[in-house]
Design a protein around this ligand. Structure first.
Ligand code: SAM
Length: 308
């Protein structure tokens, strides 16, 4: 089952008011949502997920609490449209717990894992068209190199992409473990011992299939635009690429624009929208209990002004 990461820190960071509206952009197995919902009375929890399997489980879990909530089966990049549809303008807090859940990784059939054999899939939303099979078998070699470098920071991107293209000329690569073998044969023996040799390439393909980084910056900005003044945004990231995007958005919106720095009267539209609250890492206890938390980081900010 999924062990929630930075649970207490995230819930505390949201300063929950029982009568206000909160959004969990990444419901998953409802670990965070359950704790938010417990603290809600006349307010509302709206939880997004693009994975129907996660929603089915979490709907039942949250029903047990008999508190007001609504689950939206959608990518969080549709936050604005979905909130318009629900006739909701501002909310008091939004959280993101990015990436995949343990059940998604563990269930062999989803094709996320380099440990178990499955069809190359990796879609979080089973209704999406692009699969890992499509990326591995139909992307041009140069695009594979770009993805492995940009989304996996994979040192051996070029030789892995070259060997994928050679292998697929003989027959399509359709299983996760076939891909793992190709990766293993493309990297030096020594590299194989540092971490699993397929880890970075699998991460890169997953990010490409689910457009994880492409949508993140705009989604965070949309989320911030929906916060009321005093509302909090809390974002848990699991790798440096996600964290870099979150840090950039928070920095951009929490600083006074360089052009007007030092002016006696700063025009309103240049004043910061966010105040940074903090950056948190898992405690030693959590690191011992949950290996998945080792790369997690939580960033929290508070809205202090509406963007003009
Ligand atoms: C790390 S898990 C969340 C776990 C959850 N906080 C818990 O404690 O149970 C991330 C979840 O977000 C979903 N997800 C990831 N990116 C998404 C996106 N862009 N839109 C909607 N859901 C997304 C995944 O399907 C997955 O279920």
């Amino acid at each position: 089952m999924h062990k929630s990461v930075l649970l207490d820190e995230t819930i505390k960071s949201l300063n929950i008011d029982p009568n206000k509206i909160y959004i969990d952009a990444t419901l998953g197995y409802a670990g965070h949502s359950r704790e938010v919902l417990k603290r809600i009375d006349k307010g509302l929890l709206i939880a997004f997920d693009q994975d129907k399997q996660a929603i089915r489980y979490s709907q039942k879990e949250l029903d047990k609490l008999k508190k007001p909530f609504q689950i939206v089966h959608s990518n969080f990049s549709n936050l604005n449209n979905e909130l318009n549809r629900l006739k909701i303008d501002k909310v008091a807090g939004i959280m993101f717990d990015l990436g995949v859940s343990s059940p998604q990784l563990d269930e062999g059939s989803r094709g996320f894992s380099y440990h178990s054999d499955a069809k190359l899939d990796m879609r979080m939303n089973q209704e999406d068209k692009l699969t890992a099979y499509e990326v591995v078998n139909n992307y041009e070699e140069k695009d594979l190199v770009r993805i492995f470098l940009d989304y996996g920071e994979e040192r051996y991107a070029k030789s892995i992409a070259k060997n994928i293209v050679l292998a697929r000329k003989k027959k399509p690569i359709s299983r996760t473990l076939e891909l793992v073998e190709i990766i293993k044969s493309s990297v030096p023996q020594k590299y194989k011992r540092e971490s699993h040799p397929a880890q970075k390439v699998f991460q890169a393909i997953r990010i490409e299939v689910n457009r994880e980084l492409e949508i993140l910056e705009q989604s965070l900005k949309d989320a911030i635009s929906r916060l009321e003044i005093g509302g909090r945004i809390s974002v848990i990231t699991f790798h440096s690429l996600e964290d870099k995007i979150c840090k950039k958005v928070f920095k951009e919106l929490s600083q006074i624009d360089e052009i007007v720095k030092g002016l006696p009267n700063i025009p309103k539209q240049y004043l910061p929208v966010l105040k940074l609250i903090g950056k948190y890492k898992p405690s030693l206890k959590e690191l011992e209990e949950n290996n998945r938390s080792r790369s997690a980081k939580l960033r929290v900010a508070e809205k202090i002004r509406e963007k003009e």
